[in-house]
Design a protein around this ligand. Structure first.
Ligand SMILES: *Cc1c(COP(=O)(O)O)cnc(C)c1O
Length: 361
């Protein structure tokens, strides 16, 4: 007996992988260091008790979409909100509907690797754009590339994972104009870390512009385990996504979690402020260490370059796990450090300082 081979275009593709090691301090996956408030968990469980479990959930996700539209400071309607199992499912649905065979998706490397990975899984060709030496997107080069390649989907991640850098409004507007000019594409701005940033592309979303902005409950909302993300975009695009996503894809418990969480927006904001102030403390402390370069970050993590140290292994052996990007093209010697609790951050700083001191001896 023989089992079938996977699709030819998937044979060379390796799966998304984020190494996990069981160590005391884990600063590697950009989650929130804190669980959600216990009052949220109580409210969610209470809501779940009232769900008729023998029935399919609301296929239109009406209550959650209305609530998200109401909390959106940029005046959108429920018809402009699409919800899914994590923003990764939002991205996959966008690619299923707007990408696919004979179409391409443009990404600017280095960026979130799932943009190109999900594109390939959906049969969408990937076009890779480069960044300037400061790791921002050059509007001039990007618009030229969009005009030349006419990608069906253009991805921007802002703040960008793994660099932490936010693109400016001018850059997003330049790329949007280029997409409008070629007339058959859509610009997707992944704002998984948007709450940590000082502006949002959501303010540009309208029914007649090919722009979609994605958000997630996985980071600021402390709900990575729930798997909930959403997009804000033109009514017609959202209708298309809803038409082709699997029916009843969003469970009643996920919908309830998303709704209940919105009652705890103030707590979420406090966490954002705390993490931002810890980020600044960490950036300042690491920036003072010899041989360490810290990139500016508008997210809940820092990209750090430590020349020729093999810092990642040295940190793991001392019980601190961060994300290694040192073998990724354009990110030689780089690590990405998720902001943890103040205690974890202090351990990280002193561990790196100790490693540097020993290396100098
Ligand atoms: C973490 C992250 C996400 C989140 O994906 P979910 O499926 O919502 O958990 C999306 N985009 C980027 C850039 C991320 O870093």
């Amino acid at each position: 007996m023989s089992l079938p081979e996977r699709r030819a275009d998937l044979r060379e593709l390796s799966s998304y992988h984020s190494p996990q090691v069981d160590v005391p301090v884990r600063l590697n996956t950009n989650e929130s260091p804190y669980p959600p408030p216990p009052e949220f968990v109580d409210a969610w469980l209470q809501a779940l008790r009232e769900v008729p479990l023998n029935r399919y959930p609301d296929r239109t996700v009406r209550l959650l979409r209305e609530a998200l539209a109401d909390t959106n400071p940029f005046d959108c309607s429920a018809e402009q909100v699409f919800c899914a199992n994590g923003s990764n499912e939002v991205l996959q649905t966008l690619l299923l509907v707007y990408g696919g065979l004979g179409r391409s998706a443009l990404v600017f490397e280095p960026t979130y690797s799932l943009h190109s990975h999900i594109a390939r899984v959906t049969g969408t060709e990937v076009v890779i754009g480069e960044r300037s030496s400061d790791l921002t997107i050059s509007p001039t080069e990007a618009t030229a590339l969009i005009a030349a390649k006419r990608p069906a989907v253009v991805f921007i991640c802002s703040p960008n994972n793994p660099t932490g850098i936010s693109e400016t409004r001018a850059t997003v507007e330049a790329l949007l104009s280029a997409v409008i000019d070629h007339g058959s594409g859509i610009l997707v701005v992944d704002e998984a870390y948007g709450e940590f940033s000082d502006w949002s592309a959501r303010e540009l979303v309208s029914d007649d512009l090919p722009l979609v902005v994605t958000r997630t409950y996985s980071k600021v909302w402390s709900l990575a385990a729930v798997r909930l993300g959403f997009a804000v975009g033109p009514t017609e695009v959202v209708a298309n996504l809803n038409e082709f996503v699997l029916p009843y894809h969003l469970s009643a418990s996920t919908q309830a979690a998303g709704l209940c969480a919105l009652d705890f927006t103030n707590e979420m904001q406090k966490r954002v402020e705390m993490i931002v102030s810890e980020r600044e403390r960490l950036a300042a402390a690491l920036g003072r260490l010899p041989g360490i370069t810290v990139y500016p970050s508008g997210a809940n993590f820092l990209l750090v370059r430590a020349l020729g140290l093999d810092l990642w292994s040295q940190l793991v052996s001392r019980g601190v796990l961060v994300r290694d990007f040192s073998t990724r093209p354009r990110l030689e010697d780089c690590l990405r450090i998720t902001i943890g609790t103040p205690e974890e951050n202090t351990i990280l700083i002193s561990t790196i300082a100790a490693i540097l001191e020993e290396t100098n001896l």
